[in-house]
Design a protein around this ligand. Structure first.
Ligand code: FES
Length: 146
């Protein structure tokens, strides 16, 4: 390998490493499964789960995930406002693929359907809205009725 090839190879390795690190970091920060407790099919999640502390700063989370053994798909819980949350089953209403959260909306990796943070179809081929769960709140917690 001559000098030019070596530098080219190192450049590609460096760019690849940075891209991989960025990708892994974004995965870690977007797929946060909230601490929770469950009793009588009611899941309790503290509102503080919607804030992460990074380098001493509070950074709001738009959503957290919850996974139950009794459901085949996770639930995505969006914070709409301080006392308004939505809890959406991450099963595409088109053909049942698992959705991915993409900030303020959910997207299906199979055929590209998109759903709002309230579970409403934004882009086809899906025609039905997502299954949602009743959410109530108090000053400290949110409660999801399964
Ligand atoms: S299964 Fe989601 S768009 Fe087809």
């Amino acid at each position: 390998m001559d000098r030019k090839e070596f530098i080219k190879t190192c450049g590609f390795a460096c760019v690849g490493g940075v891209a991989l690190a960025t990708f892994l970091q974004s995965c870690a920060s977007t797929n946060y499964f909230a601490q929770n407790s469950i009793a009588n099919n009611k899941v309790t999640i503290k509102k503080t789960e919607f804030v992460k502390i990074e380098n001493g700063k509070s950074i709001p989370r738009k959503y957290v995930l919850y996974k139950s053994e009794q459901l085949n798909f996770p639930i995505c819980i969006y914070k709409i406002s301080e006392d308004n949350y939505s809890a959406l089953l991450m099963e595409c209403s088109h053909k049942g693929c698992e959705l991915q959260s993409n900030g303020d909306y959910l997207v299906c990796p199979c055929h590209g359907s998109e759903f709002s943070n309230k579970g409403i179809v934004q882009n086809p081929p899906a025609e039905e809205n997502l299954k949602s769960f009743k959410v109530t709140t108090d000053h400290e917690n949110i409660y999801i009725q399964l």
